[in-house]
Design a protein around this ligand. Structure first.
Ligand SMILES: Nc1ncnc2c1ncn2[C@@H]1O[C@H](COP(=O)(O)OP(=O)(O)OP(=O)(O)O)[C@@H](O)[C@H]1O
Length: 307
């Protein structure tokens, strides 16, 4: 028995097109399955929460169709992480699929899931902002400049418009230019594995479970899927022109050689700031003054992931 959780609105209607293709396939028609369609923000999380409370003995996998935001919600809703999960990308960014080398063709992914061709252990990160209840993140969590760009792009009219032509990435470039001229760096207390340091003139701090973010940027090229540790990228003391150059090289991963970029390895991170800052988690943005980040939950099995 397979249960699909589907965000038809993901990727400006791509979720709907993908689900139509799946439903029209012979494979799907022969499967024992049921599906839930999300109707509002947070709905995927509620559905997953309800499912994990039920005794679903025959459940082979929860299959998520949507973007990384939908997957984030499902992962947060699943109480019992021993439930296998599969992901068929239907969003605009699809960084999780990229990070796990999930195929592009939705029916082929379904074939891989059903045949049990690929299954991969995946370690989610967990975070708590301003001492609130812990949540998990799938791809990355980032503070400062990149989060402001994500917020600006998410709120813009042009992201929706550009997504129609599958060039949503350009919305991040436009947002970058907007944010660049008004962004004010901040002071950050960064505690890595119990050792604290103060970072003045900090632009951004990003922690990632795999290399990709923002729809294909290789933010931390060396990030590998692994238990307990994650890389931390810190950008500080950088000029506005140089940060432009940094984002131009982020697709190739060359930005990590800039002297203003530090790469650390951590098992536990705590950040505290002198003012409220923007943060992004799996592409969705909010604000905080402090956050602790760890990677201490058992792995979840991802079906249909080939890397
Ligand atoms: N029916 C719905 N109407 C409006 N919003 C919804 C609906 N269902 C889910 N959502 C919300 O849409 C948001 C964005 O979805 P998602 O991230 O899956 O797609 P995306 O933004 O197109 O993809 P990506 O994150 O890969 O760029 C999620 O935060 C989710 O809560």
């Amino acid at each position: 028995m397979y249960i699909f959780i589907v965000n038809l609105m993901a990727g400006h209607g791509r979720g709907r097109r993908i689900f139509n293709k799946i439903q029209n396939s012979k494979l799907y028609q022969e499967l024992q399955s049921s599906y839930y369609v999300t109707e509002y923000e947070g709905h995927a999380e509620n559905i997953a929460q309800q499912l994990s409370k039920q005794n679903l003995v025959n459940l082979q996998a929860i299959i998520v169709i949507g973007g990384d935001g939908t997957l984030h919600e499902v992962m947060n809703g699943i109480q019992d992480l021993s439930l296998p999960v599969a992901f068929i990308p239907g969003g605009s960014g699809n960084d999780f699929a990229r990070g796990l080398s999930i195929k592009v063709n939705p029916v082929e992914i379904l074939q891989d899931i059903v045949k049990g061709n690929y299954s991969k252990a995946y370690w989610l990160g967990s975070y708590s902002v301003d001492d609130s209840a812990r949540r998990v993140f799938v791809n990355s969590i980032g503070f400062g400049f990149d989060a402001e760009i994500a917020k600006k792009a998410n709120q813009s009219w042009y992201k929706k418009f550009l997504n129609i032509f599958h060039i949503g990435m350009i919305s991040y470039v436009i947002a970058l230019i907007h944010v660049l001229f008004r962004f004010k760096p901040f002071t950050l207390e960064l505690e890595v594995n119990g050792e604290a340091q103060t970072i003045h003139n900090c632009w951004m701090v990003t922690i990632a479970n795999h290399a990709y973010y923002g729809g294909g940027m290789k933010i931390i090229p060396s990030a590998t899927i692994q238990p307990s540790r994650f890389p931390v990228l810190v950008v500080q003391q950088i000029s506005k022109w140089k940060i432009l150059a940094l984002f131009m090289t982020v697709f190739t991963g060359k930005h990590t050689s800039f002297k203003e970029v530090d790469l650390l390895e951590a098992t536990k991170i705590k950040i505290t700031t002198d003012k409220t800052i923007e943060f992004q988690v799996d592409g969705q943005t909010s604000q905080c003054k402090s956050c602790t980040i760890t990677k201490d939950i058992p792995p979840i099995q991802i079906l249909g992931a080939s890397s």
